[in-house]
Design a protein around this ligand. Structure first.
Ligand code: NAD
Length: 329
């Protein structure tokens, strides 16, 4: 039974699953695999060294899929501030029609995409920000709960309440993001009024994911207790895998008098984190991971993953009906 939602109709995709932006992971091969499997793959713009390289990544993705895909641009504090406008222009000029935006002060970017007739999915961690983004004209909100990898904001609201609040207050379709890695999560998200889900960590651990096999195996072995928050004291909280480097960052932040970004800069640099994915050493640097690591027990192809989820959602919903009907007898 196909799962048809406002998201599948808007994006012309088969299953309401979006592979969200992931630094060093959202590369053409994975993006195309997700789109070919019926979801929406998304290229992470800032993983490309410059806008020209993003153009090439978009062209490469087109050689691998004829299905819709998008581009993510995340606006967060950076060691070297990126040319956001240049990345945006390159993607629009290459004909990309779907964008995922995230982070601080996205107004100009959203306006630019909307004035070019694009669909915008905006990631938020509070209902207040979601409402502001809706006023800016975004088409879909991606509601990111405390469970998520990367930046969950500073309010610590779990997905269950955040999504129920979204159901009460939002008029635009929304995705559930954070903590979702299987059919139960997708079914729960739909029950909470979401039009689909965003998954990141789950897609890191697929055959087509471009990261080292050893990191995929590390995710499979991990439990939901294997992530930690860094940058809490810098008000740029990020959920990352618990390893030697992230624990060192946390201990520096806890020193009397606290820490400045400069005290942890070398430890947290994205360029160092990239080595984790290249070398397969989980302690080489910081790498993003959501608590969904505790739900991931295999390394499937994107096709197998999305087929399993699609079938599983149907089973979960059918069994739910049985429970409800039985309890009425
Ligand atoms: P980076 O090397 O510039 O910085 C590493 C980390 O430090 C990032 O989490 C960044 O937000 C944080 N940071 C940088 N300057 C800071 C400051 N002055 N105060 C507090 N925190 C600070 O980052 P990167 O890993 O090379 O990534 C480049 C950009 O992409 C960053 O803006 C990052 O936030 C963003 N990003 C995007 C995604 C995504 O899913 N699209 C994922 C991770 C990171």
């Amino acid at each position: 039974m196909p799962i048809i939602t406002p998201l599948t109709k808007l994006l012309n995709i088969r299953i309401p699953v979006v592979q969200g932006g992931m630094q060093w992971v959202g590369l053409p091969k994975l993006v195309a695999a997700v789109s070919n499997a019926g979801g929406l793959g998304i290229i992470t713009a800032l993983t490309q060294p410059n806008p020209a390289a993003l153009r090439n990544a978009i062209k490469e993705t087109r050689t691998l899929t004829s299905k819709p895909f998008g581009v993510n641009i995340t606006l967060l504090p950076s060691i070297n501030p990126p040319d956001y406008a240049g990345y945006a222009r390159a993607a629009v000029e290459e004909g990309v029609k779907i964008f995922e935006t995230a982070g601080n002060s996205p107004g100009e970017l959203i306006k630019y995409f909307k004035s070019n007739g694009c669909v915008v999915i905006h990631k938020c961690t509070t209902i207040r920000h979601a409402q502001s983004a809706a006023k800016l004209g975004v088409d879909v909100l991606s509601i990111d709960g405390f469970e998520c990898a990367g930046h969950p904001g500073e309010q610590d609201i779990g997905g269950l309440v955040l999504l129920a609040r979204a159901a009460q207050d939002l008029k635009v379709p929304y995705l559930a993001s954070g903590g979702i890695a299987d059919a139960r999560g997708v079914a729960a998200a739909l029950a909470l009024g979401a039009s689909g889900v965003n998954m990141g960590t789950r897609f890191m651990c697929t055959v087509e994911s471009p990261i080292h096999e050893n990191i995929k195996k590390t995710i499979v072995k991990s439990s939901e207790q294997d992530t930690v928050h860094i940058f809490r004291t810098l008000h740029n909280t990020a959920r990352v895998f618990k390893n030697k480097v992230s624990l060192e960052v946390v201990s520096i932040e806890r020193r009397p008098g606290g820490a400045k970004f400069e005290d942890v800069r070398e430890l947290v640099s994205g360029q160092r984190g990239r080595l984790v994915y290249e070398t397969g050493d989980p302690d080489a640097g910081i790498w993003s991971a959501g608590i969904a690591v505790g739900l991931i027990n295999d390394i499937p192809t994107c096709e197998d993953l999305l087929r399993t989820i699609e079938k599983g959602v149907e089973d979960v919903i059918t069994n739910l009906n049985t429970v409800v009907v039985k309890s009425k007898l």
